[in-house]
Design a protein around this ligand. Structure first.
Ligand code: GAL
Length: 417
């Protein structure tokens, strides 16, 4: 070895040791539900980056927005004693699997790379179990968004994005009168719940949201405010087209793109769809927060299941480090529609919707109006969330009264706790 080579080899070795990674390779089997246009593009960035480091990526996508099908598949794999090495998982689900003893921690990587110093405390807390990092966050998604087609709005003389539910209803009534579908929606329980939680925030505000959807307070669940939220949801039911039932969320986004509907209420993974189709924010589509002056938080993260074998264990460490690298957080989130989980990544390359998301996030933290998404598994256990989804979907697809819905929801939540 000549002197130059020796210096280079030593430098690389020190660099890798400092980042907590022994060697940049390993194998990962990754279970995720990112199969729509924008989602596939984003997860493709992770796959490429992992392979570029010399790793082997085995892709295990389970289609189904919101991840309910993926979670069922995960349970089956674990029961069969054959868990995937890395799994897209979030919120209390991380704690539930960790408590079952199913997860490996990646704390050595996290400590070597000082994750505590670069993650918002609220997110760092979600990623840890008994003080150790068991998950690595890729992003911060916002759930409370309107997406709209500006040409369609212009046709109906709507010049501004709605700031209150009354303004939304007025705009929707105008569109209806012109024979235009106001709201593109996919009738799947998680999508119904997504609209519902945004309505709860808008009708009740952040404190009410927290009481009802996070703390599961019986008084809040049976309150007049909750009845009002169901009243607004009942109105929304009148604004969707006849074929909404079962429709995938990305097909609802496509309706807005094609001008077949005016609005969609969906998290900013919808922006990933617009971008993947070459659409430009502010020109081809508009974004604005739904009412409530809050921020409904959803963050995607990866967990590392208990697997054996040097190659798999190495894969987990390398993937964790890669996910948290600033370069990856930028590339991935530009495709996904979200913003980086790390607070130290510059947003220069991000569009106006992402900048708005970041500004509102900071403001929501300051005013204590940041709330975790119930629909996207950030707030409550899977079983209680299941009760919300069942009730909200039943309500959306029947003529149940708002008062009955609030009462039945409160009872179901009590039973499930
Ligand atoms: C969410 C997830 C997003 C997006 C969406 C639709 O739960 O956090 O990343 O993929 O589901 O599939």
């Amino acid at each position: 070895m000549n002197t130059l080579t020796r210096i280079l080899v030593t430098t690389v070795a020190i660099g890798l040791a400092a980042s907590g990674v022994a060697r940049a390779d390993g194998t990962v089997e990754v279970l995720h539900w990112w199969t729509s246009g924008g989602e596939a593009k984003a997860v493709g960035e992770l796959k490429n980056a992992f392979e570029n480091q010399g790793g082997k990526w085995i892709d295990s996508p389970i289609a189904g927005g919101g991840g309910d099908a993926a979670m069922t598949a995960l349970r089956a794999r674990v029961v069969a004693g054959n868990p995937p090495t890395a799994v897209q998982l979030k919120g209390p689900g991380i704690q539930e699997w960790a408590a079952e003893g199913a997860l490996n921690d990646v704390d050595a990587v996290a400590q070597a790379e000082s994750w505590d110093g670069v993650l918002p405390p609220v997110l760092a807390g979600i990623m840890k179990y008994e003080g150790k990092y068991v998950a690595a966050p890729v992003n911060i998604h916002r759930v409370d968004w309107f997406w709209a087609n500006p040409e369609v709005l212009a046709k109906a003389g709507i010049t501004e994005m709605p700031k209150t539910w009354d303004e939304f209803n007025a705009a929707a009534d105008k569109l209806m009168a012109m024979g235009i579908t106001p709201l593109a929606h996919g009738g799947q329980p998680w999508q119904d719940a997504t609209v519902f939680e945004d309505v709860v925030l808008g009708v009740g505000g952040a404190d009410f949201y927290r009481k009802a959807l996070v703390e599961l307070d019986q008084d809040a669940l049976t309150s007049d405010t909750m009845v009002k939220a169901f009243d607004q949801l009942r109105k929304m039911r009148g604004y969707v087209d006849a074929n909404f039932s079962g429709r995938d969320w990305n097909l609802a986004t496509a309706m807005v793109m094609k001008g077949e509907a005016a609005f969609q209420i969906m998290g900013d993974w919808a922006k990933g769809e617009f971008l993947a189709a070459g659409k430009v924010p502010g020109k081809d589509f508009l974004c604005a927060p739904t009412p409530g002056n809050g921020f409904v938080l959803n963050s995607d993260s990866f967990t590392f299941f208990k697997v054996s074998g040097e190659d798999n264990l190495k894969g987990q460490q390398v993937l964790a480090s890669l996910i948290m690298s600033p370069g990856f957080q930028e590339t991935f989130n530009l495709a996904k529609g979200s913003i980086p989980a790390r607070t130290d990544v510059a947003l220069d390359k991000f569009d106006s919707c992402a900048i708005r998301s970041h500004e509102d996030l900071v403001a929501a933290v300051a005013s204590n109006s940041l709330v975790p998404s119930m629909a996207h598994e950030m707030a409550i256990s899977r079983s209680v969330r299941g009760e919300f989804l069942d009730l909200v979907t039943n309500f959306f697809n029947s003529d149940m009264s708002s008062a009955d819905a609030a009462k039945m929801l409160a009872d179901a939540v009590k039973r499930a706790q």
